[in-house]
Design a binder for this molecule. Structure first.
Ligand SMILES: Cc1cc2nc3c(=O)[nH]c(=O)nc-3n(C[C@H](O)[C@H](O)[C@H](O)COP(=O)(O)OP(=O)(O)OC[C@H]3O[C@@H](n4cnc5c(N)ncnc54)[C@H](O)[C@@H]3O)c2cc1C
Length: 475
């Protein structure tokens, strides 16, 4: 007879593996199924995030930043390097090692928490007494029964019509993270988060990078003041960013990839690249799940249709992460995974969508939480602004990186923080204070009165909070 589990999670990306661990912590019997294969055909847990997303991209961003600093920034610190060279194979091997540590770490956590792991593709086979029958197709075939199912099957990169990924010349994030040589001419279609991060890596390592973006505004979702400043900085760094373009055709040949496009002035243009990264968004991945067998409802865009609490249209079937509405961010999926496990256990799991931070790991980093100035204006909310530049921060000067600023937006009447936007070194870390403050519904005065270590970049957050009340001390 098929083994029954209280919870079966399909997908071991950040949303799924965290849901499985939390459910096990809460005393339930849990299985997790994931089909990702490493280069030896074995399991590689962690999904897109660990294998071809967050983790490898940050490893390469770090390595390429070291390379750029060694070439350009160290001299100012009195550190001279002669004969600087790039060992890309070693850089890639290090990245692969970081990925493997994370893969193995999740497998260890499953063992520790007694989560049964199945390597293979999980699909609904039909209803079973008290739950759902899930068929697993992998090295071996198996069928298990789930009282609750958590669908966490993630997303896939969106292809440009007529230009399928071959991962040789036309690259998704997978190919973009695995290049064995630095391309001389690199094209990037889509100047969003992934495009900018990948473009930055390869520019730092020596590629000439051209970015083609369909939208007329740069980083449309980012607070305009930061986006405009970032645009200038990226162009200065050498990224050729073309906005408002319409891609007409992409043709791949022995000589490279040629992109025909119409620029923002309506003029037909043509560019040929050694490699082309296509980063125009991601689509939910429900292929192979066989949701039809049980009547799992998808929305118009192909996401599993869920309510605020991640409940699907079927009793005891939940869905979390990139496969459902909301920002495609690993930590958003993790929060949903935990909340669903707690709801299954009869608790009150909760995700606060207002305090999900966003980060772009370029140099400078860009991080924000809450509303932008444009959103507040559109909603007619009266607000006050405080900004503080890293130029006036002692630690930033000591680091040798004074780029960027912190911007705090607070309600004009109550002083409650409505948004914090940071551009600068370690913005990805600094944003945590802003998230905590907003989660506790702090005022700008609250941050202004908290003692911040000196000298630290975090003092810029305090100073920007002080600046809301026009009383910054160091600017
Ligand atoms: C280049 C890049 C960089 C990124 N950087 C960041 C970042 O810095 N920060 C951030 O927050 N987000 C980042 N993201 C986004 C992040 O990777 C995703 O939001 C996150 O991985 C989504 O998690 P998930 O668990 O929903 O799905 P996924 O991570 O996609 O995992 C889904 C898993 O389910 C498996 N699966 C699918 N169908 C089945 C099936 N039927 N049976 C068994 N297994 C199945 C898949 O193989 C996969 O292992 C990045 C993405 C990319 C591409």
């Amino acid at each position: 007879m098929a083994k029954t589990f209280d919870v079966v999670v399909i997908g071991a990306g950040p949303a799924g593996y965290v849901a499985a661990i939390r459910a096990a912590q809460l005393g339930m019997t849990v299985a997790c199924i994931d089909d990702w294969k490493n280069d030896k055909g074995g399991p590689a847990l962690g999904g897109t995030c660990t294998n071809v997303g967050c983790i490898p991209s940050k490893a390469l961003l770090q390595s390429s930043e070291h390379f750029e600093h060694a070439g350009h920034a160290f001299a100012e610190h009195g550190v001279t390097i002669k004969g600087l060279s790039l060992d890309l194979a070693r850089m890639q091997a290090r990245k692969d090692g970081v990925v493997k540590q994370n893969n193995d770490g999740i497998l260890y956590l499953f063992r520790k928490n007694k989560v049964a792991f199945f390597h293979g593709r999980g699909a609904f086979a039909g209803r079973a007494a008290g739950g759902y029958e899930i068929r697993i197709a992998g090295a071996t075939e198996d069928t298990i029964v789930a009282t609750h199912v958590v669908v966490a099957t993630g997303s896939l990169p969106r292809e440009l019509p007529g230009a399928p990924f071959d991962e040789q010349r036309i690259l998704s994030n997978t190919g973009a993270l695995a290049l064995a040589d630095v391309p001389r001419e690199l094209g990037v279609i889509g100047a969003g988060v992934i495009g900018l991060e990948m473009g930055s890596v390869w520019r730092r390592l020596g590629a000439s990078v051209t970015m083609l973006e369909a939208l007329p505004t740069f980083l449309g979702a980012v607070d305009r003041q930061l986006a405009d400043e970032a645009h200038k900085l990226f162009v200065k760094q050498g990224l050729a960013i073309h906005l408002g373009v319409k891609i007409a055709a992409v043709t791949s040949s022995e000589n490279g990839v040629t992109v025909n496009y119409v620029d923002d002035k309506g003029v037909a243009q043509k560019a040929t690249f050694d490699k082309l990264i296509v980063s125009i968004g991601r689509v939910p991945n429900t292929s192979g799940l066989n949701g039809e067998a049980v009547g799992l409802k998808l929305d118009q865009r192909g996401f599993v249709d869920v309510d605020e609490a991640c409940r699907s249209n079927l009793p005891n079937v939940w869905a979390v992460g990139d496969v459902v509405r909301g920002p495609m961010l690993a930590h958003k999926g993790e929060e949903e995974g935990v909340a669903v496990a707690e709801r299954i256990a009869g608790q009150h799991g909760h995700v606060d969508f207002n305090t999900i931070p966003w980060v772009i790991y370029t140099s400078p980093e860009i991080a924000w939480v809450g509303k932008t100035e444009e959103q507040l204006k559109a909603a007619g909310v009266a607000y006050r602004v405080g900004t503080f530049p890293f130029l006036a921060n002692g630690r930033a000067r000591a680091l040798g990186d004074t780029t960027g600023f912190v911007k705090v937006l607070a309600d004009a009447k109550t002083d409650e923080i409505l948004g914090i936007h940071i551009m600068g070194a370690t913005a990805s870390e600094l944003i945590a204070e802003a998230v905590a403050a907003m989660a506790f519904r702090a005022s700008s005065e609250d941050i202004a009165r908290i003692c911040h270590a000196h000298p630290s970049l975090s003092e810029a957050v305090k100073e920007a909070a002080l600046a809301v009340d026009r009383r910054a001390l160091n600017f």
